[in-house]
Design a protein around this ligand. Structure first.
Ligand code: F6P
Length: 335
């Protein structure tokens, strides 16, 4: 290991020495997640060679067809947690109900095992998103134990399986990024103290939904598209990978605003993304890096969850842009 390179375990030891309020087992939990991430990274990198591409006959609780890699990644995480005694309760996009760990533990982990899975078969970046809550030791868990606001997360993060595998997370003291070094088998701290620029000239939205958007969102996007000739006075760029992890990762690296807003495409759904294992953890990471997360009408981290698989509108990224979009919602609602 070249001198001066901080490994994930070294970083975690430093953090627990520096921040005495951190739960003493939190570092071990992050290492457990990193181990599962390495396994998922290996499978995704093998692609067709591992026979893991394509869909299964089954659907998840959201009614979405499950990809083979969705289910395999879910199994890897569940087995990892169940082989240890750190995570007492597990809630995942792929399982209707939370699962408990007979060995118990001090944490609850909610996760999307493979986010952006429509991208798997076309070899585009996907990721794993996780949210950590504390659990009352030895208590019998109920769904109610999971239904806590995003502010109560004690850690959250994601892994991105892209050209490089990275683990980006926050223990509540800034957001830091680690790149997997296959030669040493270690995650190395490569992006300490990530900061999302407060202003941006880049937005990410699925523009094919435009006719279903609410007026404040249409107004914002229309001004961005008009660029220099609009009140914005500068040109904007648009990007959409259709993998939340990859889109938000780009925003953490260079700023921008990611939107999957409320729309009328399916009136039974208040948004596309899931609050507890997509919106909350990604907002935690972005806010720890100086950005902001909102539904347009409420800060995401303040939303009181009503169910594990609840959906929510998401507007996330550069602070000044998110505040501008919130203001457009207020003006619209007042009118
Ligand atoms: O899990 C939801 C998700 O795959 C996100 O990762 C992504 O941002 C979004 O859906 C893509 O949605 P669409 O297919 O509408 O572009």
């Amino acid at each position: 290991m070249p001198a001066g390179r901080t490994t994930l375990s070294e970083y975690l030891s430093q953090q627990s020495a520096q921040h005495l309020s951190l739960h003493p087992d939190l570092g071990s939990l992050v290492l457990e997640i990193a181990k599962a991430v390495q396994e998922i990274a290996l499978l995704t990198s093998q692609g067709a060679l591992a026979g893991v591409l394509g869909s299964l006959e089954s659907q998840n609780v959201q009614g979405e067809t499950q990809k083979k890699l969705d289910v395999l990644s879910d199994e890897i995480l569940i087995q990892t947690f169940r082989s240890g005694n750190l995570v007492a309760g597990i809630a995942s996009e792929e399982n209707d109900e939370p699962l408990s760990n007979p060995k118990g533990g001090s944490f609850l982990c909610l996760f999307d095992p493979l986010d952006g899975s429509s991208n798997i078969d076309v070899n585009v970046s996907v990721g794993t998103i996780f949210s950590i809550l504390s659990a009352t030791p030895n208590a019998t868990l109920t769904v109610g134990d999971y239904l806590r606001t995003g502010r109560q997360q004690i850690a959250a993060g994601y892994a991105i399986y892209g050209p490089a595998t990275m683990l980006v997370f926050s223990l509540g003291h800034g957001t830091h990024g680690f790149t997997f070094d296959a030669a040493s088998g270690e995650f190395i701290l490569t992006h300490p103290g990530i900061q999302v620029p407060a202003d941006t000239s880049e937005f990410a939205i699925n523009a094919s939904n435009e006719r279903f958007w609410e007026p404040p969102v249409s107004r914002y996007i229309s001004e961005c598209k008009q660029g220099k000739t609009s009140v914005r006075g500068r040109d904007f760029n648009m990007r959409w990978i259709a993998s939340m992890v990859a889109d938000v990762h780009r925003i953490l690296m260079r700023g921008g605003v990611f939107m999957y807003p409320k729309d009328t495409k399916d009136p039974s759904k208040p948004g596309r993304l899931r609050l507890m294992y997509e919106a909350n953890p990604m907002t935690f990471v972005v806010e720890q890096a100086g950005g902001l997360g909102s539904t347009g009408r409420q800060r995401i981290l303040d939303v009181q969850p009503e169910s594990i698989h609840q959906r929510i509108p998401v507007i996330l990224g550069s602070k000044n842009e998110v505040e501008r979009i919130e203001e457009y919602h207020r003006e619209h609602d007042r009118a």
